[in-house]
Each structure stands twice: as C-alpha cells, then as structure tokens.
Design a protein around this ligand. Structure first.
Ligand SMILES: [Cu+2]
Length: 548
C-alpha cells in the first residue's frame, strides 16, 4: 500500500475500501477497546485448542486460558460475563489487567497433552518470584500431566503494557500459541487526565493515563499482539499428540503388538515458513468482527480501531512471534510513549515526552510499546464535514481555538451521548457535528461543483454506483458526519438512495492499518488477509460502541 496515502486521506481510503470491500465483503462497524480479566490472583492453564483462520482452517494450537474452577472478572465492565468469556485455552492467552503496586499471583497448571513436557510463563520486564514447579531454563516450570507453578509479580513502578509467553522450548510453544499480554494500570490519576467513569459518556478506558505522567492521558485504547503461524509445525504437533494418545506408554500397540514407546514430542521447528499472520490471534477480515464473537470461540479479541477526530488513542502493541513487523498506522505517525513499560521522557525537560514519532511502528519479538495516535484532518485542504459557502455554513460555525481547531475553548459543544439502549447517536446539537474541525479548511468544498448538485453547477450524470461503491463501510463521500452525502452533494447523494451506505449518521473515513512487509498481509498467500485491519474515523456525533 502506497505511503502517499497519508497525503490524500479520503481519496485513498475510498480507493482502498472499494478494493477491500469487493474482495472480502467487509463486516460492519465493530470496534474494540482492551478487554481482559482482572484481579490480583489468576488461575491459568496451558491446554490444547483449535484456532479459526479466514480460509476455513481449524488450526491445532496450544494456548493459555482460565482454569475451569476459576471465575474471572472482566474489564471493561461492559464485557462482564456472559459477554466476556475465558476458555481453558485461547489465542492469545487472557489479557491480565492489574494495578501498579499490587502483588499479583498467577498459578499455572500444565494441562498440555501427554508428550509435550513442561511449560512455564515468562513475564517480560516484571520482577517475578516463584513457588512450586520444577527448575527450567528461563522460568520455573509446571511439570507435565497437571503440574503447577505459582508466579508472584511485583508490579511496583511497572505501569504500561507487557508481554507474557512460554519460557519452555519457546521456538515450539510460542509458535503453538502460548503467549499473552499483561496490562499494568498506573495507580494515580495524573493532573489534567480525566478519571475513568467521570464523563457523561460510557467509558471504555482501563485508566486515565498509560503511565503516572500527565503527558500520557488518553481517550480510547486498543491492544494489538502480532504473531506468525507456520501450519506445518502445528500439523506435526497434532499428528504426534494423536499418535501418543493412540499408543500410551506402558501399553501395547494394538496393530503391531509392540510395546508403546515413552511419550515425547519431537517437532522440527526449522525450516520455518509462516503462512498466517495474526493480530490478537485473528487475521483480516476476522479481526474486524467483535470482541468475544461466537464464531471465534477461542480467539476472543479483535483488532478494529475507531476514533473521533482529535481523540488521543493509546495503542498497546506487542510483538509476540519471531519476526519484526513494520506496522503502518495510516493517517498519522505514532508517538512512542514507552517500551516494555518504560516511559521515555525528554532528557532536558521531564514534563515532556521523549519517545520518537514513528511512521511504521516496529514490533520486535517479546517487546512492547505504548504509543499515542490521533487523527485531526488538519491540512487536507478540504472541509472534512462537507460544508460549502452555501450549504450548512450558517448552521455549523468553525471558530479556531489557539491551535486552529473548533473545540470547547472556542465555544464548541462537545458531543454527549445518552447512555440508554440502544445508544447509537444521541447528540442533539448541530454544532457538535463538526466538533474538532480544522477551521482553516472550513467551507472549502472538495469539489466546487459536486456531482449531482445540478443547481450549483455540478454534473448531472452520476457515476455508476456499482463502480464507486461496494461494501457496508463505503459511504459514497469523503466527508464525515450525519447526512454528509447530502451536505456535500445536495439532494442526489451517492450511492443513489443510499442503499449501500453504512449507517447514514456514521459516514466515517476508513484507513488501512497493516504490516508493511506485504507478504504479511496475506492469508496462506491470498491477499487481503494477515496483519491488516481498517481504522475508522467517525464523526464526533457518532457514538462508538466498543462492544460491537
Ligand atoms: Cu501502508
């Protein structure tokens, strides 16, 4: 995907969508947040399971999950059971959400099949002590056949996003799916950050800030875990596990009459040729279905970011596989806040961030970063809300604040949503439609004479909507907001009659977020797939429901 897309946001997004929608039949408007389980004591198991891939493959895998005797609590609260679930094995493992400064215990039980051997967990960057288990190379291990080990984590000073993964034969066990995320929430609300639950709108954040620092406040958050899968390795493991189960040690082979050998897997992990590239255990387009969607019973987490203009969006990102993935968040750079839970501040001014701005973010194996992304529409040279000097200008003012945007400090009304079901769009004020607008482009239409607006001098012959529009996300306009097609084009919007549009009040602009190693945006060599998702900028008055 060309990076010049950054310069031509709406137009390129529209082109991408036409292609993608035609090829994949994009699903609706699901979003995400950072769901997980919370508490100070977790009972995890390592077990075998199946993962679902977009080509229909049910892939034999191993994963961490919740012990069947353990009832986890879910965050955000909207994902309380029965919406949220935690299988006895899932991909990735359950996201553990804990609070900085608390002592956290994680008990791991090894329910992996006979022949796999021991297993363990490494909590990257978090001081850990251990009770029970048996000695291992990188961590104390839970022995085969139901053995347990308890890890005690000291989270003091460890706010941020961390990875956890198997420290036992990691070339095989991480490949099979034994990895997950641990999110450590800061235990303060820094000055200037908005505490969770204090806004009138339903709040999906886990915390007010990423770190104990006022420069790390955020409005919305998403967790992405990147990994690769070589199905040939999974096939070897599955075949050997089944062979061992059919001929348990101490018994006799029913066909040959020979004694069954001691059970031990020997899976060759080189050469290694991944064919699936996953974000949170799913590939495009599965990653755009909702969190906890029933069609992915063992892959509960999606990858489907939405945001409003100017919102500060926290990206929690982990490289869980063997490769580095150059992930490109189209539409802006990402400001890196910290890596592996280490906040990076300016060397000369500790009130300011010191992390770099990245065009493609790097995800090295086992490493995490927290970053801030936002979209503003600044500098596009057209009015993103479709105002023209004659259409809607009078009802939608744009008064620049000190930074040139129409915000509260310039008298704009911030959108507020009624939190009663079904909460879709609830802002009653027209002025809120263009909350956050970049005023320098106000009343600059993209087209001086929009197609279909005949009275204004536009062409009377509309493009064939079947050429221009495919899929539920394409709204037929580069503009944001309710009735954007009408505001930009007059009474004959595209597509005619609006039959193929996404919800009229949504009219978002979509951007591709994907790996820039283009081999990785395939599923078993078929494009589009793999490490790819669509980010949607929604108009301020569109309520972003993170549970869908
Ligand atoms: Cu790109």
């Amino acid at each position: 995907m060309s990076d010049s897309n950054m310069k031509t946001l709406g137009a390129s997004a529209r082109g991408l969508l036409v292609v993608l929608a035609a090829l994949t039949g994009l699903a609706g408007t699901a979003s995400a947040s950072t769901p997980g389980i919370t508490g100070t004591s977790f009972a995890l198991v390592a077990n075998q399971t199946l993962s679902s891939q977009p080509d229909g493959t049910q892939l034999y895998s191993w994963g961490y999950g919740c012990a069947s005797t353990y009832t986890p609590a879910f965050l955000p609260a909207v994902f309380a059971a029965p919406v949220g679930f935690c299988r006895t094995a899932q991909l990735p493992g359950p996201t553990l959400i804990v609070r900085e400064g608390t002592t956290v215990t994680v008990t791991l039980t090894n329910n992996l099949p006979t022949g796999v051997g021991n297993t363990s967990i490494v909590f990257s960057g978090i001081p850990t002590s251990t009770t029970g288990g048996v000695a291992g190379l990188l961590a104390q291990e839970a022995a085969a056949g139901g053995g347990t080990v308890t890890y005690t984590l000291n989270t003091t000073g460890k706010a941020g996003t961390h990875s956890y993964y198997s420290g036992t034969q990691p070339d095989l066990q991480i490949e099979m799916g034994l990895y997950g995320a641990i999110v450590v929430l800061p235990n303060t609300v820094p000055a200037g950050c908005v505490a969770v639950g204090t806004t009138p709108n339903l709040d999906y954040r886990l915390a007010a800030s990423a770190y104990d620092h006022p420069a790390t406040c955020y409005d919305r958050e998403y967790l992405f875990q990147f990994a690769e899968i070589d199905p040939a390795i999974h096939a070897q493991a599955e075949a050997q596990v089944k062979a061992i189960a059919a001929c348990p040690a101490g018994t006799t082979n029913s066909v040959t009459g020979q004694p069954c050998p001691p059970a031990k897997l020997f899976v060759v992990t080189e050469p290694w040729h991944p064919r699936y590239y996953v974000i949170n255990g799913r590939s495009m387009p599965d990653d755009m279905d909702p969190d906890y969607a029933p069609n992915y019973p063992n892959q509960p987490y999606n990858g489907n970011p939405h945001m409003h203009p100017l919102e500060q969006v926290l990206l929690r990102v982990i490289g869980q596989g063997r490769w580095e993935h150059p992930f490109h968040e189209h539409a802006n750079h990402v400001r890196i806040l910290g890596r592996d839970g280490n906040l990076m501040l300016s060397q000369t001014d500790q009130t300011k961030l010191g992390g770099l701005m990245m065009f493609t973010t790097d995800t090295f194996p086992g490493q995490t970063f927290d970053g801030i992304f936002y979209w503003s529409g600044k500098g596009l040279n057209w009015d993103i809300y479709g105002h023209t000097p004659t259409v809607a200008a009078a009802t939608a003012p744009c008064i620049p604040d000190a930074n040139g945007f129409y915000t509260k400090s310039a008298g704009a009304v911030a959108p507020i949503f009624a939190m009663t079901a079904p909460f879709a769009i609830a802002n009653p004020t027209t002025a809120s439609i263009n909350y956050g607008e970049w005023c320098a482009d106000h009343n600059h239409p993209l087209e001086a004479n929009p197609v279909g607006a005949v009275a204004g001098g536009g062409a009377a012959t509309l493009p064939d909507p079947l050429v221009a529009t495919n899929g539920l996300w394409f709204n037929g306009t580069p503009y944001l907001g309710p009735d954007a097609t009408v505001r930009s084009r007059g009474p004959t919007p595209l597509p005619v009659g609006g039959a193929l549009q996404n919800p009229l009040a949504e009219s978002g602009i979509a951007f591709m977020w994907h790996s820039h190693n283009e081999r990785e945006i395939t599923t078993d060599d078929v494009f589009p797939g793999g490490m790819l998702m669509m980010m949607l900028v929604d108009p301020p008055v569109w309520y972003i429901d993170e549970t869908l």
